[in-house]
Design a protein. Structure first.
Length: 240
């Protein structure tokens, strides 16, 4: 956490409760094919825990696809507008219980999420050395049977952001499903007037069973605890 700029103040308290990816390019897998992103935004609140990912992309045949994918605690759903159904008659929320594990894994395998989940692992956290690198194994909170293995960077030049002790690869196994996250090019990606030396990877790749699900080149983040909420719509609670 210290190497990522997460620990703040005299007592080095974990100061990152929420963050956003605000600008990113790349691809997301939609209906079995790579969809080129026109825009991508992800808002994460670690206290809930919750995440809302919003994107617009174009498939190889020229079709424009839009999605808003949300998780909060033990509820997962999609929205046609952000905050669907929170005001009566505004938007539609569709429960997606089968996406719950995938979305929680994404939170707790992220660069900050992995550090938080590992620290919360208690006696279930296992630290080993493999090929000269530190590997932290920990359970994914809220996902039964899911175990992560985070391989940390081991560079010697601390003038380079996250040269050491930051997640560079996280592998999660749940049953027969293997999800892999790759992180590189760490930097303070906040806008120029709000740099706070909290590092986030400029390149993020997510693979499931070897197939690329998400490939992001990130241009802008907000790591200074933006106001991020994703209340569960009443229809989603009833559908559980």
């Amino acid at each position: 956490m210290w190497h990522m700029g997460m620990l703040r103040g005299l007592y080095e308290v974990d100061g990152v409760a929420a963050l956003e990816i605000r600008k990113a390019t790349g691809t997301v897998r939609v209906d079995g094919q790579a969809c080129t992103l026109q825009n991508y935004r992800a808002s994460i609140n670690y206290w809930l825990p919750g995440m809302r990912a919003q994107y617009t992309c174009t498939t190889p045949d020229g079709r424009v696809r839009k999605a808003i994918e949300v998780v909060n605690g033990q509820f997962a759903w999609d929205e046609d507008i952000a905050g669907a159904e929170l005001v009566a008659g505004k938007g539609t929320a569709t429960a997606k219980p089968t996406a719950l594990a995938e979305r929680l894994i994404r939170i707790w395998s992220g660069p900050q999420g992995a550090a938080k989940a590992a620290a919360a692992g208690g006696a279930n956290l296992k630290i080993t050395m493999e090929n000269g690198k530190t590997v932290a194994a920990y359970p994914i909170p809220g996902v039964a049977g899911a175990v992560a293995r985070a391989t940390l960077s081991n560079g010697s030049n601390d003038d380079i952001p996250c040269a050491s002790y930051c997640a560079e690869r996280v592998e999660v196994r749940q049953g027969n499903v293997v999800t892999e996250f790759l992180y590189s090019n760490y930097a303070d990606l906040n806008e120029p007037l709000n740099k706070i030396d909290a590092w986030y990877p400029g390149h993020v790749v997510e693979k499931r069973d070897g197939v690329t699900i998400l490939d992001l080149t990130i241009a802008e983040t907000e790591t200074g605890n933006p106001y991020v909420v994703m209340p569960v719509p009443p229809s989603v609670r009833k559908a559980r």
